[in-house]
Design a protein around this ligand. Structure first.
Ligand SMILES: *Cc1c(COP(=O)(O)O)cnc(C)c1O
Length: 404
């Protein structure tokens, strides 16, 4: 029923010309290819949960096609759990930045990882090979067996030996949360053979690293972090080839972990400034890493060779006093926002990981993880310097609930 294929407002990503150009150009224009034909400049936000389906015969055939293949619906959307045009724009844009055929968005980074695991277990594969550290909840999701997975934790040079006939995935983060450990992706990808390599690229973002160029098949983001970039949207996304994307769409439809359209709108908007933000925040982080490395109150600094806006460091004193001492910097979990955040992984982001496993992953109790924002670096340093100097006279208190 081809007359429905190009109705205004119902973009069909497969028929659209791809935005050419360098990364910064694609960051601004990708995902917006259909707007001019719609007579629009800003991307519209489609909040519909359902859509008119006057031709039930045709709708039935389209639903059959989706169930059989997982290919994105062509023509008008049917129901929001099946697909949404605002979210689809964000998916197209992220795929263009990561250099993949497709991307599939989810309600959160954890929903995205869950969908990948379920897609593989649907094929009877439940064994995962992974390298520590991973983000605490990713470690927990795989290690707890909540989804029926069995994990072999290994080092990069042990990946090939750890792979079994029932291995579903190899999972790595680089730079990893929270130690910023870097993994040689090319070497790990070579060791994976036919087993899909999933790289969590949340920390590097496609601005600094595009894992598919190094042999990864699946690139995962907690879009909550740098892609959104302003601390006000929760989301996840997997960039991959269209074949895997089809499995993920079917899982997403069946399990319902969809990204809300408002989140899709905010994430597309966030992508436009991603290269500028990541470069500016990385410059600040590199300067703070230099100062921390020269500071006697700091015993170790972790800063990735590829750069980035995250700095982790081990303090000689009490890390909890540093957290309690910051004023400009927000003592909070999460990362990737325009403002600087600091947290203690042993207490928060990686609390759910067993103490022994945390230690095995190199997560010291004296480790602090800082996400550097867009403030002037001198102001951030002044605050950090004061916090490192010990307890302040005026304790910081939590706001009253009434203030919210
Ligand atoms: C936060 C985070 C996740 C989980 O993402 P959510 O959006 O919080 O579900 C996964 N991986 C990394 C590296 C993260 O930092």
């Amino acid at each position: 029923m081809d007359t429905t294929r190009h109705l205004p407002g119902f973009p069909d990503g497969h028929d659209l010309p791809e935005t050419p150009g360098a990364l910064a150009t694609r960051a601004v224009h990708a995902g917006r290819e259909d707007l001019a034909a719609l007579g629009l400049h800003a991307a519209p936000l489609d909040l519909s949960t359902t859509y008119p389906s006057p031709d039930s015969r045709d709708e039935g055939a389209r639903l059959d096609a989706f169930a059989a293949t997982g290919a994105e619906l062509t023509g008008p959307p049917v129901y929001a759990r099946l697909g949404n045009p605002t979210v689809a724009r964000f998916e197209r844009a992220l795929a263009r930045l990561e250099g993949t055929e497709s991307a599939v968005a989810f309600a959160s980074g954890m929903a995205a990882l869950t969908a990948v695991v379920l897609a593989r277990s649907a094929a009877g594969l439940r064994h995962v090979v992974a390298i520590r550290p991973l983000y605490g909840c990713s470690d927990h999701l795989l290690d707890s067996g909540l989804l029926g997975t069995e994990v072999t934790w290994t080092e990069p040079d042990g990946v090939a030996a750890a792979i079994r006939p029932d291995t579903a995935l190899v999972v790595v983060e680089t730079p990893a949360n929270p130690t910023l450990r870097e993994v040689d992706l090319r070497a790990v990808a070579a060791a994976c053979g036919e087993v899909p390599l999933l790289v969590d690229n949340t920390f590097a973002t496609p601005v600094l690293q595009r894992p598919v160029e190094h042999g990864a098949r699946l690139v995962l983001h907690s879009a909550t972090k740098y892609l959104g970039g302003h601390g006000d949207v929760l989301g996840g996304v997997v960039a991959c080839d269209e074949e895997f994307a089809r499995d993920l769409r079917r899982i997403r439809f069946a399990t319902g972990g969809v990204l809300h359209p408002l989140a899709g709108y905010l994430l597309l908007r966030g992508l436009a400034t991603l290269p500028v933000r990541v470069r500016a925040q990385s410059a600040g982080a590199a300067e703070l890493a230099r100062r921390l490395a020269a500071d006697p109150r700091v015993s170790r600094v972790h800063y990735p060779a590829i750069g980035g806006a995250m700095v982790s460091f081990e303090v000689t004193g009490d890390p909890h006093e540093v957290i309690a001492g910051v004023r400009l910097i927000t003592p909070a979990v999460s990362l990737g926002s325009v403002d600087t955040l600091i947290q203690h992984p042993g207490s928060i982001s990686h609390r759910i990981v067993d103490e022994d496993d945390r230690r095995a992953g190199g997560i010291s109790e004296r480790l602090l993880r800082m996400s550097v924002g867009l403030e002037d670096v001198e102001d951030v340093w002044q605050d950090l310097d004061a916090a490192l100097s010990g307890p302040r006279s005026r304790p910081r208190t939590r706001p009253e609930p009434a203030a919210r």
